[in-house]
Design a protein around this ligand. Structure first.
Ligand SMILES: *Cc1c(COP(=O)(O)O)cnc(C)c1O
Length: 347
């Protein structure tokens, strides 16, 4: 199959599997797994933070960060298209009693600075305390768009002025860094905490890392245990993460190049329109024009019958994501199959 649904479908490489098989392990709840410890040191170093914590998923990393920063009844400002708001099962509210205060994501993935400012609560007996701002980079639902260091800095300044914390959901922060040609550290300088995923474009089978100050990570470690995320011989998993950080980051540029090639190919097919600006990184968002009468699910099924898997996006569109296992030949094949499936449609 040519699986373009997401970069979460990436399988570990041969070299990664070998690193996992040979990993030195210990009990990580006792902090005695040297491979986990090494991954955490490497991640903290690359993100320019004091310390890091290996967590089973990005969802748990974001939740542990929010629960570490906030008390029950506190409020968190985030985009209405934020992964943490849309796709994380309301964990912050269900488990932490924390309330999201959403402001609209702009099409470039940012939040208007004035929207953030007006969402910050003053001291009043009626109000929750605003505690935290969450930004996402790359912003997934806005199209895998890259948020600039200048914007991060502007939000960092607002956070500091109002004595708020800043968390970055950097599930794909390495895609952003590679795209901008900057270090990931540059992008999260302002952040009190940041999570990134090892299990997406970086190809590791499991895991994310939360980075921040030593004090924050110490508390987040307790919260992770509370959430049931204390792992034992997790070095087996961390070994894949170390391999990923050392070998799989720079090559993300190949995924971005293939996304562009795929987007350009699809854009030549009658009935397909690229979402403006797409692709920014490894995600392509397309819309089908009204001339296409076949329902979306049928197109999806016909593509699948031709070995091409794509994700739905909204009422009229698809999302396609390039990753390590998508070759140039797969890109050509996918374009060809879209042509074939849609060709009977357009006169
Ligand atoms: C995937 C993703 C997450 C969560 O990661 P999981 O490992 O799937 O829990 C968080 N934020 C963004 C932007 C993501 O794309």
């Amino acid at each position: 199959m040519i699986d373009l649904r997401s970069d979460t479908v990436t399988q570990p490489t041969e070299e990664m599997r070998a690193a996992m098989a040979n990993a030195v392990v210990g009990d990580d709840v006792y902090e005695e797994d040297s491979t986990v410890n090494l991954l955490q040191e490497l991640a903290a170093y690359q993100l320019g933070k004091e310390a890091a914590l290996f967590v089973p998923s990005g969802t748990m990393g974001n939740l542990a960060a929010i629960l570490t920063h906030c008390r029950r009844g506190d409020e968190v400002i985030m985009g209405d298209q934020a992964h943490t708001y849309v796709y994380e099962v309301a964990g912050m509210s269900a488990l932490g009693g924390v309330m999201p205060h959403t402001v609209p994501n702009q099409s470039d993935g940012t939040l208007k600075l004035d929207d953030i400012r007006s969402a910050i609560r003053g001291k009043d007996v009626h109000f929750p305390d605003t505690r935290l701002i969450v930004l996402e980079n790359t912003q997934n639902r806005c199209g895998g768009v890259v948020i600039s260091p200048e914007y991060m800095e502007a939000v960092g300044n607002i956070a500091r002025e109002h004595n708020l914390k800043l968390h970055v959901d950097g599930a794909r922060i390495f895609n952003a860094a590679v795209k901008l040609g900057v270090t990931p550290e540059t992008l999260v300088k302002e952040a009190d905490s940041v999570t990134f995923c090892l299990s997406k474009g970086l190809c590791a089978p499991v895991g994310s890392v939360l980075c921040g100050s030593a004090e924050l990570i110490k508390e987040a470690r307790r919260i992770r245990k509370q959430l049931g995320g204390g792992m034992r011989q997790a070095g087996i998993l961390a070994a894949a993460g170390i391999y990923a950080l050392e070998n799989m980051v720079d090559r993300l540029a190949e995924d971005h190049a293939r996304a562009l090639k795929l987007a350009n190919g699809l854009a030549t097919i009658p009935g397909i329109t690229l979402r403006p600006g797409s692709p920014h990184t490894n995600m392509i968002f397309i819309e089908l024009d009204a001339v296409i009468e076949k329902p979306l699910h049928q197109i999806q099924a016909e593509l699948k019958a031709n070995r091409v898997l794509v994700g739905g996006s909204g009422l009229y569109g698809f999302r396609l994501v390039t990753h390590y296992w998508i070759t140039d030949q797969d890109v050509d094949e996918a374009i060809h199959m879209f042509e074939k499936v849609l060709s009977s449609e357009v006169v």
